[in-house]
Design a protein around this ligand. Structure first.
Ligand SMILES: [Zn+2]
Ligand SMILES: [Zn+2]
Length: 431
């Protein structure tokens, strides 16, 4: 059990994890490209529309030219999950993710694939019409494609349980990767939200796998140098296009650029992490409200390959108050009901506040709908406990529907008195 300090943000919407731009598809690619010397000049002379060489789509997906639809689909699934920017925090992961998406879009479409096979990307640009320019502006949003494949992952822009289970298969063995953030929904009693509380919560999250000590490699075996790339993690491939032969360096498809091959651990399937639950003692600060978000640093999912752990986000919701107190920021609202006689003569009324019952003086002559303010009986300001809001009591005056004989007599006398008073007044002022 760990005690954690928390920071908070009073916001009802999730904003951290899914800020994505779906604007430009262009930009720089992961691979490095060299034009053969004499071809370079030729290409520059001839080509007004294509200057840049792009990484080969088959290589992007790590499949063979002869790969069938099923293999292409499978490769896309695997790679897209690995590079999705929600789980992969490496710089450039998002760019890679877009490339994977673009590659799949072309290779999964018979017509585009056939154009691409014959003429490369230049063929696509001409053949698909209106797609000129160096940016491949005609592609769909890669995140839409991803969601078509894996389904929307539990609302809130891809954050949530869907990812936790969807990711964690193969891949990502190369570098340290930061762990994903984890989410927990905490429902607080009304007064716990007002004054803060210590809460023990059970958080489910990915922790380092015991048998392989987080390496993802089956215990008792060790990684061997990759036979395809000889350990460099990169392979060089020549690609023929109408503009000449491009030689490109790309990530080794066999080992995904790691340079090693290994037998995956049986327990974690090679991810190096397994899902466990952990008790966390959480200090909820006074003044939180429905929609507040607490961040517990480092208590999210553990990173891969020794990467930093993600954070735990606790989303707060609040139960209604049993005696009907309502809250609006740091202000508490409630109602008090008094008889018309008490409204006329004044009274003292027991009122429930967040501090317990208090006696409220209601002055003589209180009008229906009056709001009485009890200063500093409201909610402490989040992060500033000493500052408290007010409690506003809204006064309702009840008029009895039935009176006893005696009461009726008294009220009639009262009316008589008032009539006399007003006729005297009008006597004075009339001409
Ligand atoms: Zn390799
Ligand atoms: Zn393991």
């Amino acid at each position: 059990m760990a005690s954690c300090s928390t920071s908070y943000a009073s916001s009802s919407s999730w904003s951290g994890l899914s800020s994505r731009q779906s604007s430009a598809m262009g930009g720089s690619f992961a691979g490095a490209f060299h034009l053969h010397g004499s071809r370079r000049a030729q290409a520059q002379r001839r080509a007004s529309h294509v200057v840049r060489a792009d990484v080969d789509y088959y290589s992007v997906l790590g499949v063979d030219k002869s790969a069938d639809k099923k293999a292409i689909k499978q490769a896309y699934r695997q790679k897209a999950r690995k590079y999705h920017p929600d789980v992969n925090k490496d710089p450039g992961a998002e760019e890679t993710f877009k490339q994977i998406s673009n590659a799949y879009e072309v290779l999964s479409d018979d017509q585009k694939k056939s154009l691409y096979d014959r003429y490369g990307e230049a063929g696509l640009k001409n053949g698909m019409g209106g797609m000129g320019g160096s940016d491949m502006g005609g592609f769909n949003n890669p995140f839409d494609l991803f969601e078509q494949f894996f389904g929307s992952a539990g609302g809130r822009g891809g954050f949530g349980g869907g990812f936790g289970s969807g990711f964690g298969g193969a891949g990502g063995r190369s570098r340290a990767q930061q762990g994903e953030d984890e989410k927990y929904e905490l429902k607080l009693d009304f007064l716990d939200a007002v004054f803060g509380a210590n809460k023990e919560i059970d958080v489910s999250r990915l922790e380092s796998c015991g048998p392989c000590t987080g390496s993802g490699i089956k215990s008792g075996t060790s990684a061997t140098t990759c036979g395809t790339c000889g350990g460099s993690g990169q392979v060089v491939q020549a690609v023929r296009t109408p503009l000449g032969v491009f030689q490109q360096v790309m990530q080794c498809p066999t080992c995904d650029g790691v340079g090693e091959e290994s037998t995956p651990c049986n327990t974690c399937g090679g991810d190096g992490r397994v899902r466990n639950s952990k008790k966390i003692s959480l200090r909820v600060p006074a003044g939180v409200d429905a929609g507040s978000r607490l961040r517990v640093r480092g208590e999210g999912n553990v990173g891969r390959k020794g990467g930093e752990p993600g954070d735990l986000y606790v989303f707060i919701s609040v139960k209604p108050h049993p005696a009907g107190l309502r809250r609006e920021g740091t202000t508490i609202h409630s109602e008090v009901e008094i008889s018309f006689v008490d409204a006329i003569l004044g009274t003292t009324s027991k009122v429930t506040t967040v501090d317990g019952p208090v006696d409220l003086r209601i002055p003589a002559g209180t009008q229906p709908g009056t709001t009485l303010v009890m200063g500093k009986r409201g909610v402490p300001r989040l992060g500033q406990d000493s500052v408290r809001g007010d409690h506003q009591v809204h006064v309702r005056v009840t008029i009895p529907q039935r009176l006893s004989k005696e009461e009726t007599k008294l009220v009639e006398e009262l009316r008589q008195l008032q009539d006399n008073k007003s006729s005297k007044r009008s006597g004075i002022f009339s001409f």
